[in-house]
Design a protein around this ligand. Structure first.
Ligand SMILES: *Cc1c(COP(=O)(O)O)cnc(C)c1O
Length: 424
C-alpha cells in the first residue's frame, strides 16, 4: 500500500521516515505526543498551486485555520502566498509570522465590529461578506474609521460537494453565505452603501472534496452571477472559488491541484472571464499530508470482543476521528521483534468513549512502540484542546535545509491554569 504523504513519507529499512528523518528517533528525542511537519512537503503543495495558477492573474491564500502555527504561516508567506483568515486572532498571527495583510482575505459568518476595524486598519485585501447585516455593519465601521472596505459576497451556489455533512458548506440549508437568488439585490445594496467598494465574488462549497465537477458547477454559478451583477453596472475584479480540495487519508484519489486549476482556468477562458483575478483558499491540501502525529503505545488490553491499544495521544491532540468519525491511517514507525499482529482499537487516555484514533486496525505493536497517525498536518494541532488538563503536544518542523526545529514546545501543565484565580 502506498503511504499517504509519499514521497515525503517513506519506509526505509523498516523505519518510517518523514523527509529522510526516522520518526521513531524523533519521538524518542522529543517525547510524545509529537507533531512533525515537513516544510518541503508544504512548499511542494503550494508550488503546485502557484505553477498552475501562473497563466492567469491570481491570489493564492492559505486558509490558515487548517494549521495556524507561525512557522507554517512563515513558510507560505515567504513563498508569496496570501492568507484566508476567519478571525482577528488569525490576522494577528499572520502579521506575527511576517505575512502581508494586503494579501489577506477575511472570511467568516460572524465578524465582530472590533475585528472589522482591526482588519481595515491593517489594510486587508478583501472582506468576504456573508449577510446583509454584515454589509451594513462593515459600512458603519468603515465610515467611522474613514477607511474603505473592499468587499466580496460569499454566495451559496447550492451545489453538493459530496463530502461529510459537517464539512459541506455550499448547500441551501447551511449557515454560510448569501443565497444565490439574493445575490444580485445584495450586491446592489453593497454598491449603494458608503465605505464599501465591491471588488469580487466568492464561494466555498466544502472540504475534503475529491472531485472536480462540484468546483466547475460552483464556478458556473458564480460566473452567471458575475454577468448579472455587472449588467447592473457593478464591476467585479476577482472570482474566489474557496478551498476544499481533498487529500489522501486512505484510498481517496483527489485530483491534483494542477488538474483542478487547469479545468477552472479553461472554463473561465471559455466563458470570457480569463482577465479576472482567480482567488483560491486551500487549507487542508497545502498541509494535511505534510504532517504526522507520533504517539507511544502504553498498554495493550486484549478483551472479549475488542483489543485496545492504549496510546499517549488522545482526542484532545487529534480530534478529527472523534469529531467526524474520520479515518486516519496509523502505522507502526518500526515494528519491534516482540510485536505480534492483531486487530486493535487505538484509543487515548481521555475519559470519553469517543476518544479513539483508529478502530479495527491491523497492527504489529508492543508496549513502548511508536505509532504514527498519518495526514495529521491539517486540522490536527489546530483543533487541539487542553481537555482533561492535558498539555498540547510539541510541534517540530523539518525545514527545507534538512534541520529539525521545535516550532512549539510542549505546554507546561502548570501554565494551563496560571491565569486562573481562587475565590476568597
Ligand atoms: C475552511 C475554509 C477554507 C479551507 O478549506 P480546506 O478544506 O481546508 O481547503 C477555505 N475557505 C473558507 C472560507 C473556509 O472556511
Amino acid at each position: 500500500m502506498t503511504l499517504p504523504g509519499s514521497p515525503w513519507l517513506a519506509r526505509q529499512a523498516g523505519e518510517l521516515t518523514l523527509d529522510g528523518h526516522a520518526l521513531r528517533g524523533l519521538a524518542r528525542e522529543y517525547g510524545t505526543p509529537l507533531f512533525v511537519y515537513s516544510q518541503r512537503a508544504m512548499q511542494a503543495a503550494a508550488g503546485a498551486y502557484q505553477r498552475a495558477l501562473a497563466p492567469q492573474p491570481h491570489l493564492l491564500c492559505y486558509a490558515m485555520k487548517a494549521n495556524p502555527s507561525l512557522a507554517v504561516l512563515q513558510t507560505f508567506a515567504r513563498m508569496g502566498c496570501g492568507f484566508d483568515i476567519v478571525s482577528g486572532g488569525e490576522l494577528q498571527r499572520v502579521i506575527a509570522a511576517g505575512g502581508d495583510a494586503s494579501q489577506v482575505i477575511f472570511s467568516g459568518v460572524g465578524k465582530t465590529a472590533r475585528e472589522m476595524e482591526m482588519a481595515l486598519r491593517a489594510g486587508v485585501a478583501c472582506f468576504n461578506v456573508e449577510s446583509e447585516g454584515e454589509l451594513e455593519r462593515l459600512s458603519e465601521v468603515a465610515t467611522r474609521t474613514g477607511l474603505t472596505a473592499r468587499v466580496s459576497l460569499r454566495v451559496n451556489p447550492d451545489v453538493d460537494a459530496g463530502t461529510h455533512p459537517y464539512i459541506s458548506t455550499g448547500l441551501k440549508n447551511n449557515k454560510f453565505g448569501v443565497a444565490h437568488d439574493r445575490a444580485v439585490p445584495t450586491y446592489r445594496r453593497a454598491a449603494a452603501l458608503p465605505g464599501l467598494q465591491v471588488v469580487g465574488i466568492d464561494c466555498h462549497i466544502g472540504s475534503q472534496i475529491t472531485q472536480i465537477e462540484p468546483y466547475l458547477d460552483a464556478l458556473d454559478r458564480l460566473l452567471d452571477l458575475v454577468e448579472a451583477v455587472e449588467a447592473h453596472g457593478i464591476a467585479l475584479q476577482h472570482v474566489d472559488i474557496g478551498g476544499g480540495l481533498g487529500i489522501t487519508y486512505t484510498d481517496e484519489k483527489p485530483p491534483e491541484a494542477g488538474e483542478l486549476i487547469a479545468q477552472v482556468l479553461a472554463r473561465m477562458k471559455a466563458r470570457g472571464h480569463a482577465h479576472r483575478t482567480l482567488v483560491m483558499e486551500p487549507g487542508r491540501s497545502l498541509v494535511g499530508n505534510a504532517g504526522v502525529l507520533l504517539t507511544q503505545v502504553m498498554y495493550l488490553k486484549r478483551g472479549e470482543g475488542k483489543n485496545f491499544c492504549v496510546v499517549d495521544a488522545a482526542m484532545n491532540d487529534l480530534m478529527r476521528p472523534a469529531l467526524y468519525q474520520a479515518y486516519m491511517q496509523i502505522e507502526a514507525c518500526a515494528p519491534g521483534a516482540q510485536a505480534t499482529e492483531a486487530t486493535w482499537d487505538v484509543v487515548g487516555p481521555v475519559c470519553e468513549s469517543g476518544d479513539w484514533l483508529g478502530r479495527d486496525r491491523v497492527l504489529r505493536v508492543a508496549p513502548d512502540d511508536v505509532l504514527a497517525v498519518l495526514s495529521a498536518g491539517a486540522y490536527g494541532k489546530a483543533l487541539a484542546s487542553n481537555y482533561n488538563s492535558r498539555a498540547r503536544a510539541t510541534e517540530l518542523m523539518i525545514t527545507s535545509d534538512g534541520q529539525v526545529r521545535v516550532i512549539r514546545p510542549r505546554e507546561d501543565t502548570t501554565q494551563l491554569f496560571a491565569a486562573e484565580q481562587l475565590v476568597p
